[in-house]
Design a protein around this ligand. Structure first.
Ligand code: ZN
Length: 836
């Protein structure tokens, strides 16, 4: 799975335009506190083995209801059991048979218990058929046309992970079991369906509907079951004679090629790198509207958010495309689906591998610089998060499965990257191949990976796993060196300064030192393991540059005591992106030195790697001043859209400068890239320049792909907080306007005309529409406005049960916050909903 939490860490400068709204929303949710959901850390003891389920589903789109009929085949695992218990939430059970006879059963709020006529014996098998109906508020979602959006494609989709399959299917709903499935979906003739496995048949049901029969004969865990049905466009390819199919909502077929173009190359790359060919009979990817995650790796049938679909008109502005998401979910088809974590405590075995495979794909397709830069950014974000630092990756003490997702995703991915560096690719991949083959079709814990690596390579990784997976934190290193000319020797002193407490210990770090002298670079392997130690290296002259762990392969914080001159040398000459980027960051904190500004200016113009140019610009942005400003002006013409847009964003921090506003206005009118033009609009709002209102007004009236300029204008208005914008923004917030633009307008209302009770009422009325993007935007705006008159109506909506899943949780947090505003006169605008 990949969700907001995994995609958007706290670091600055990571947003790209297309996703900025989603990211803003996520930040708003964070500010309101973690969602309150508890998935069990450990697997239950099994009473039976669920072997096969025949699932029949039909849908009532008027009532938002499902009608289900599921037949389970189970084999008893324990003597003396008196009941067979299934997870089942808020489903009305109409009838249950046991071995074709009516059965006694009990329904509780979370379970369906079928009573056995006599105590079970291990090995007994039973067939249980359950007929049921329900209106799921989680697990299964209806996206439908309504009076305001009559042409919206109809979509029904499920999201099982972590424990939500039970909301639409009474089943054994924990990963430590695997079953095969037959899935029959009854839908209108114009619809398509997508589910796990292969399509066996499509048959008219004689009543005007069509029954699609999907067969999955490769066992999976129930959180990986997927049901998608609705009006979709499709595109078909094959890979090694396996069908590879892409689906987008009806009308969006033109977005498929740019988005999914690399899928077959990824299948090749992962199959050959892992030495285990893609294990399923087909691979489909379907993009659905209002998906609760970014992506979900349902076995052979990945579901993705439509936010990931690239518009052909702007796709070229996203050189890395959405390959991180697409490679992540594809990697799960091996790590997660073929071999599945036994419990949520071991979730990193799914997510860490899916994350590191993103880096490997990026390295393979886009080159080592891009991959290293992604890793460098991820590591900085993780290291800055004090909340997750003291918690081990392998952690069962969570209230929510996303609570420590930055460890389970980001840190675990970086740790597995280190493991490849330390073992070398040959042993690393030999270990993975053995792990995948030995545990194919099984559920695993961390110890299984450790033993598989050792069995395949005779390499003992116990210490590595102890410090990085079972232990917490990361090393914090203070490093300095001296050069003794008489002995031609560099003396290096390394101290581990992280606080040794709890699960954070001292680290053992095999790495290397690179020393550059006039004669060239030289590398020396070293092993750091003590709180404080020194090393000596023979050199042929005074060092121009000393690098610890060249390329930043270790996840650590390093304070390296170097002169500005040496940092400048490093920025200009280090061969890897992370080493040059480190230098840019340090130099951005050294004010008042012309040489520093010159070096950063050169890097901003001349570094061959786009990300380095961005880092140099950020450093100049921090230093400020007219020279920095002029370099940012020049960068607006950079040939890379990410650099040009980055420069526009950074100029938003140069107030009281009419030239800046004039340049940004020119960028809006004539910039080469939409990303850059959008960034310029938001920056203008932030600057609150005299002309900003007029320019934003013009932008809000300008059509562009996916309303990108208009949405940016609304964010600009929110920054500007100028009440004159309110009527136009209210108009775009109205029902019937394109949903993305509408959501952006609604969010802007969070900071426009906040005292106006009529606007608050309007926002409340939007909660009556069954469109989660509109509901989320409205809740975020209500939260930011801090209008306590919204409390009672919000409580009414919540109690009536209109909102579902994470939207409901967001609603409850908004109520909590508004009550606080009321009780304690906390100033409103507690969320950064539209200010990043
Ligand atoms: Zn994932």
């Amino acid at each position: 799975m990949k969700g907001f939490a995994a995609r958007w860490g706290p670091g600055p400068g990571r947003l790209h335009g297309k996703w900025a709204a989603a990211a803003a929303l996520f930040l708003a949710m964070l500010a309101l506190g973690a969602p309150g959901r508890a998935d069990e850390p450990f697997a239950p003891s099994r009473v039976y083995d669920l072997q096969h389920s025949t699932i029949r589903l039909a849908f009532d789109t008027d009532q938002l209801k499902i009608f289900g009929d599921v037949t389970h085949r189970v084999a008893m695992l324990r003597d003396a059991a008196s009941r067979i218990v299934f997870d089942s939430v808020a489903l009305r059970i109409d009838s249950v048979t046991l071995d074709d006879r009516p059965a006694l059963y009990e329904v509780t709020p979370t379970q369906l218990a079928v009573v056995l006529p006599s105590p079970a014996r291990r090995g007994d098998t039973h067939t249980i058929e359950i007929r049921y109906q329900g209106s799921p508020r989680q697990g299964l979602f209806f996206i439908l046309p309504d009076k305001n959006y009559p042409n919206r494609p109809a979509e029904i989709w499920t999201q099982g992970e972590a424990e939500d399959t039970r909301y639409y299917l009474p089943t054994y709903d924990y990963p430590n079991d695997r079953l095969t499935t037959d899935t029959y979906l009854t839908v209108p003739p114009a619809w398509v369906t997508i589910s796990n496995g292969r399509l066996e048949s499509k048959t008219p049901d004689g009543k005007g509907q069509v029954v699609w029969h999907w067969v999955d004969d490769a066992p999976l865990s129930t959180y990986l079951i997927s049901v998608v049905a609705g009006e979709f466009d499709r595109m078909d390819e094959t890979w090694r004679s396996i069908p590879v199919t892409f689906y987008a909502p009806r009308g969006e077929r033109d977005r498929i090629p740019a988005t999914f173009d690399h899928t077959r190359a990824m299948l090749d790359f992962f199959s050959s790198t892992l030495g285990v060919p893609y294990p399923w009979s087909k691979y489909s990817q379907v993009a659905v509207d209002e998906f609760t995650e970014d992506g979900m790796e349902n076995t052979s049938a990945t579901t993705l958010t439509t936010r990931a679909l690239l518009n052909p008109a702007t796709a070229a502005e996203f050189p890395l495309r959405e390959d991180d998401l697409i490679s992540h979910e594809l990697a799960h088809q091996w790590f997660g689906d073929l071999v599945t974590c036994k419990d949520w405590t071991n979730l990193w075995l799914n997510e860490g591998f899916a994350t590191v495979m993103e880096y490997f794909w990026e390295e393979h397709e886009f080159g080592p610089d891009d991959a290293a830069y992604t890793r460098w950014n991820e590591a900085r974000d993780w290291l800055a998060d004090e909340r997750v630092f003291p918690v081990p990756i392998l952690n069962s003490n969570f209230k929510d499965s996303l609570e420590y997702s930055d460890n389970v995703y980001t840190k675990a991915g970086l740790v597995l990257y280190m493991l490849r560096e330390q073992l070398g690719p040959a042993d690393f991949y030999a270990g993975l191949k053995h792990y995948l083959e030995k545990y194919r079709g099984q559920n695993v814990v961390t110890a299984d990976l450790v033993s598989a690596i050792e069995e395949a390579t005779s390499r003992n990784v116990d210490r590595f796993f102890q410090q990085w997976i079972f232990g917490a934190g990361a090393p914090s290193l203070a490093i300095r060196y001296t050069y003794a000319d008489s002995r031609h020797e560099v003396q290096l002193e390394v101290k581990q300064t992280q606080k040794i407490e709890g699960a954070v210990g001292l680290f053992t770090l095999p790495t290397s030192i690179e020393i550059v002298t006039a004669a060239g670079p030289k590398r020396f392997p070293i092993m750091v393991s003590k709180a404080s130690e020194s090393f000596a290296f023979p050199v042929d002259g005074p060092p121009l540059l000393v690098l610890f762990d060249p390329g930043d392969t270790i996840l650590d914080t390093v304070q390296f005591d170097k002169s500005p001159k040496e940092w400048i040398y490093q920025l200009r000459h280090a061969s890897t992106v992370p080493d040059r980027a480190d230098a840019a960051v340090v130099l951005g904190e050294i004010p008042g030195q012309d040489a520093v500004v010159s070096a950063l200016s050169d890097a901003a113009r001349l570094d061959p790697f786009w990300g380095l140019r961005v880092q140099a610009l950020e450093a100049l942005g921090r230093l400020g001043g007219l020279r920095a400003r002029d370099v940012l002006f020049a960068a607006l013409d950079d040939s890379d859209p990410r650099v040009a847009a980055g420069a526009a964003t950074l100029l938003g921090a140069f107030p009281q400068d009419s030239q800046v506003a004039a340049r940004l206005e020119a960028v809006f009118r004539a910039g080469r890239f939409y990303r850059e033009r959008e960034a310029a609009l938001i920056a203008l709002g932030r600057l609150r320049s005299p002309n900003a209102y007029a320019v934003l007004l013009e932008a809000a009236r300008t059509d562009s792909p996916d309303d990108g300029l208009r949405r940016a204008a609304f964010r600009g208005f929110a920054e500007l907080a100028d009440a004159r914008a309110t009527p136009l923004v209210l108009d775009w917030a109205s029902p019937g306007k394109p949903i993305q633009a509408r959501a952006a307008a609604i969010r802007a209302l969070g900071s426009l005309d906040a005292r106006n009770k009529d606007t608050t009422k309007r926002l409340l009325s939007y909660l009556g529409e069954n469109i989660s993007e509109v509901r989320r935007a409205s809740l975020t705006a209500l939260d930011e406005r801090g209008d306590v008159s919204a409390i009672a109506p919000l409580e009414y909506v919540l109690n009536r049960g209109d909102l579902s899943g994470s939207v409901e949780q967001l609603g409850r947090r908004v109520v909590t916050h508004l009550r606080k505003v009321k009780d304690e006169s906390v100033p409103p605008a507690a969320t950064p909903a539209s200010s990043n």
